[in-house]
Design a binder for this molecule. Structure first.
Ligand SMILES: N[C@@H](CCC(=O)N[C@@H](CS)C(=O)NCC(=O)O)C(=O)O
Length: 181
């Protein structure tokens, strides 16, 4: 479907208009004729609805197995802890974040490293894509990209990322900083 990507170049902006009208001052936001749709999962659900590939995609909560549910929660926790650390870093001092934030991020990654193989086995074998795998790949590769954490010691997660990173979609969407011109 035709679309355009509009980066937010100043993530410290206090103007909701900078974020497509998101009052939480966050990205991503999907803007279409119906107005803004905020939140990554909402946007994923909308894209899956439009693409009519629901049966091939595993969204959060689709799998009852607790190992998957815990990994979904832990992945989102690691993401949000990373955002807190980045915001503190941007404020000039990452010690501004309570020590618990970094510890819980490392604990979460350790948990995911230990469980990732069981998690992948518990996902439906005929899936094309899962929210969990995309989110996990994104956060594990984003941590070193933003120099928040060296993830080299999380060997199972690295193996997962190496494999998932072979997908054309992953290779075409590597992280980069957008510039205004
Ligand atoms: N629950 C939201 C979280 C969004 C989020 O934390 N986005 C980050 C991406 S970098 C952000 O906008 N950070 C800037 C901030 O929190 O000020 C979602 O899933 O979309």
């Amino acid at each position: 479907m035709p679309h355009a990507f509009r980066p937010v170049l100043d993530i410290t902006s206090l103007d909701a208009a900078t974020y497509g009208g998101n009052p939480a001052l966050k990205v991503p936001v999907l803007l279409d004729a119906d107005g803004p749709l905020v939140g990554t999962e909402n946007i994923c659900q909308e894209l899956v609805r439009r693409s009519q590939t629901r049966s091939m995609v595993v969204l959060r909560g689709d799998v009852a197995d607790r190992v998957v549910a815990n990994a979904e929660e832990m992945t989102l926790h690691v993401m949000s802890a990373e955002v807190s650390l980045i915001l503190a870093q941007m404020a000039g001092d990452d010690r501004l974040a309570p020590p618990k934030v970094r510890r819980s991020l490392e604990n979460g990654l350790g948990y995911l490293n230990d469980s990732v193989d069981r998690v992948l086995e518990a996902l439906p074998a005929d899936r094309t894509l899962s929210f969990l795998e995309v989110a996990l790949f994104c956060v594990v590769t984003h941590l070193p990209f933003r120099q928040v954490l060296d993830v080299a010691s999380y060997a199972r997660l690295k193996a997962f990322c190496d494999l998932f990173g072979e997908r054309e979609s992953a290779q075409r969407t590597e992280y980069r900083f957008d510039a205004s011109s």
